[in-house]
Design a protein around this ligand. Sequence first.
Ligand code: DGI
Ligand code: FE
Ligand code: FE
Length: 186
Amino acid sequence: MEREEMLISLKKKLSPKRYVHSIGVEYTAACMAFIYGEDVQRARLAGLLHDNAKCLSNEDKLKKAIKHGLPINPCEQENPDLLHGKLGAYYARKKFGVTDEEILSSITYHTTGKPDMTLLEKIIFVADYIEPNRRMISELSEIRKEAMTDLDKCVVHILRHTLEYLALKGVPIDDMTEKTYDFYTK
Ligand code: DGI
Ligand code: FE
Ligand code: FE
């Protein structure tokens, strides 16, 4: 599918804010690809499509994940929003025609990260967090600077921030988030 066609489809699937965020992640990922020597078009595609399943209701996220036979862990069962990565990768393949497995896995793991991420996976994980339309949160300027200077340090910083936020909210932490943090801190 061509980018123009993808934009039309995303505009239908996403809220206006989520649509603007997706384009923000697309260009932030491109910028990081310049810096770290990743393929710019692949980074753009992964960034543009990463949240394509975000705006389904939680009920629909769960229903669609079951329908398409995607694995669902107990944390995802409780918090179906966590499924938007897996579901997004499924639609990226089936509806948007993406066949590049690394782009698909970057979409799958963009929320939790995963141990031993590839460069593209890290770029999408980070670009999602720092894109310019994100509302300002504490330490974001520092995290943004790290994104352009020390990618692994930035990944850890984002994970630490997310784990603190989840602990504060009292919501369960996904195994994959925990494993990713352990991998990058040990
Ligand atoms: O989809 P976005 O809002 O652009 O960003 P995202 O895909 O990183 O999702 C962010 C949300 O995911 C945020 O509300 C925190 C939540 N989240 C991230 N890791 C975990 C988590 N929620 C739970 N319950 N457990 C996690 O490990
Ligand atoms: Fe997301
Ligand atoms: Fe996002």
